[in-house]
Write a protein that binds this ligand. Sequence first.
Ligand code: CTP
Length: 410
Amino acid sequence: MADHAILAGKRVLLVIAGGIAAYKSLELIRRLRERGVTVRAVLTEAGARFVTPLSVQALTEDTVYRDLWSLTDESEMGHIRLSREADLLVVAPATANLLARMAAGMADDLAATVLLATDKPVMVAPAMNVRMWQHAATQANMALLESRGVLRVGPNDGVMACNEYGPGRMAEPMEIVDAIAGFFAAEANRLQGPLAGRRAIVTSGPTHEPIDPVRYIANRSSGKQGHAIAAALAALGAEVTLVSGPTRLPDPAGCRVTHIETAREMLAACEAALPADIAVCAAAVADWRVDGASDRKLKKDGGGPPALALTENPDILATLSQPGERRPALVVGFAAETGDVLAYATAKRARKGCDWIVANDVSPGTGTFGGSDNTVHLIRADGVESWPTMPKDAVATRLAEAVAAFFAGK
Ligand code: CTP
């Protein structure tokens, strides 16, 4: 069980939507307040059919916020302020309907508007009939919300009010209290993590180099490894700027993300993020771009295929590695090779001037490009460490720990 002492003085905005589990939210308010949490509540119209505004008001000892339009009155607290004057927003019960409205970004009542306007973390405690929970629509909405960083507690398995059995019961109030305490503990850890106060730049994904307005040169990089490294450095407390080429991945939590397309844009974004203590270049930057890309679509005009003249892109890793005042204290590159991995990667480390190289074999059949696992060797000035095959997230965590150890030893 999480340590509840961390809850004292925290501010929670509790959104109570319309489900039979709403009665448990009254208990949740009491348990949070006992632990020193200030609870402010938003009750949806449907929520008010299950618990009375008076009960919520009595337990929170505060106004119960219900109507979007009354909040437009200057004398009332605006919905923006309401959503920002909290350390965490908790939706309990989170109904299928409210999850759908959150996923779609709707703002059709006070609860949805507050959830859309907030810049604070959000935790949901889903509660609904088992079939509604298992429906593809709800599952897709929940997955989308989680990919955006929404935290979830429950639902639990059990007998429901409708006499069906399965997942859909809202987590018990004390489980929600535990989850909230766990969230604040993780946040505190981030602030006190070994990389707190360090700035990091991470490049990730491919670059797209235009041929004309509709065509481009690209490569198969998924960005998974780079994004995972950004998240792992942030989890240890670093202030991370992720410079990402086009990927299908959501922005990792806790990072500032700059989206770019070309190598030249990636370099400019990295330079704008300086000064930094750490740079990790995990992007698969296109080595060449089309010299004089056309600003009009190339047409088949009977003259045969166009000859594309290529010119070399700037090398971002080599640029960041150049000695000077603005050079990050630790610059890490990647070497994706298809044979003689250690020899090529060691030579690459010297050629680019970086401190460490993470080398891997990307030959067809290894599944590295786009896959979830990676087998890497960490090449430093004092030798090579070969790591076992592991998920890209685990490679990222281990690399972030090595970065933290480097700074601890400085
Ligand atoms: N890199 C970079 N900018 C470039 C090319 C590469 O920052 N224009 C970085 C990559 O992010 C990676 C490292 O350099 O960290 C090695 O990339 P790789 O493509 O393996 O090396 P190349 O320089 O392209 O060498 P080669 O093509 O000879 O293998």
